[in-house]
Design a protein around this ligand. Sequence first.
Ligand SMILES: Cc1cc2nc3c(=O)[nH]c(=O)nc-3n(C[C@H](O)[C@H](O)[C@H](O)COP(=O)(O)OP(=O)(O)OC[C@H]3O[C@@H](n4cnc5c(N)ncnc54)[C@H](O)[C@@H]3O)c2cc1C
Length: 376
Amino acid sequence: MMHTDWPFFDDKHRELAAHLEAWCAEHLHFGHADDVDAECISLVRQLGQAGWLNHAIGGEGRAIDTRAICLLRETLARHNGLADFAFAMQGLGSGAISLDGTPEQRERYLPRVARGEALAAFALSEPEAGSDVAAMRCSATAEGDSYVLNGEKTWISNGGIADFYIVFARTGEAPGSRGISAFIIDAGTPGFEIAERIEVIAPHPLARLRFSNCRVPASQMLGVPGQGFKLAMRTLDIFRTSVAAAALGFARRALDEGLKQAKERRMFGGTLADLPLTQAKLADMACTVDSAALLVYRAAWQRDQGRNVTREAAMAKLMATEGAQQVIDAAVQMHGGRGVRSGEVVESLYREIRALRIYEGASEVQQLIIGKDLLR
Ligand SMILES: Cc1cc2nc3c(=O)[nH]c(=O)nc-3n(C[C@H](O)[C@H](O)[C@H](O)COP(=O)(O)OP(=O)(O)OC[C@H]3O[C@@H](n4cnc5c(N)ncnc54)[C@H](O)[C@@H]3O)c2cc1C
């Protein structure tokens, strides 16, 4: 039985998964490009032309289908980590516009995001405000009918190649998390610069942003003044489960690679698969993959029913990302020396998975969310 046969899905999800699988098999392969920026832009264009990015955006009267974005991320991640990243950032980077944008803002940005013509980014983290988001210092001061932004954002995915950035800044209506607002800042706005490009373990476009007296019209504010923190959390609430789905895709690929290696690698007069320790390892990997899948699609299904998923999404992200790390590590081990050789699929997976346990709420943050929710 395929997991898409589970009762969490409707037939439209099953069709989506089948079409996407065929498209990925034809257009994607696992591995890292030499020019990551160019590869990422090209992937966004391809995903847009093929229509997949329509699922990454919502709009007036159209909620984001969480099961669809999870199936998309799981499948893309299984075929190519950067393709998953490209899809995810179009969703995360435009999610706040889908949720709270005015009709003009939606019209100006969302169709271009969906066609893959405009790349989006989500700029929340700062050098001194990561897990502790409310410690943010980047400010936006009202001056006439403009806002003037000053400060820095860091670890911003698509930083350097995005066409616009959703930037969260302190507007001071109230202390702490209640004095933050969201703005859409177009690349090239005077006073906004890429201060540093950041290289990471699995190459993705990433940057530190700097705002120095960056003036934007008040019409670039998203939603209500002072409600930016809530908007950021609502956006992350949608996409948190999809991070778990991406981890699931990486883990599935690792299990496939492990099975292939076990059957093909000859040793001790037979194959690696003949050894009981290998069978036990594969059993553990398969159990972890299925547990993650059940948690991911429970959370996605529950959100699509319009119910709160704070605890379920945190459980899915925690278990799927931590579990994928273990599954991938086991697959690397089964490949012996080949497992750590640059360019091998399992070596790429080993690098791809690591950041997922840190971003959009580190594992410890998910544990706290689950613990607090249980004790409520
Ligand atoms: C590849 C990548 C892409 C990213 N993309 C984006 C993006 O597009 N937009 C964006 O805004 N941000 C992005 N981030 C930033 C990411 O969200 C932060 O890195 C994350 O929130 C952690 O913040 P930090 O790095 O400052 O670590 P810190 O906040 O300093 O946390 C360090 C560690 O402390 C531990 N920890 C945290 N809280 C607790 C706790 N309560 N109890 C015990 N231990 C705890 C965790 O292990 C955590 O990893 C990205 C990060 C990476 C690595």
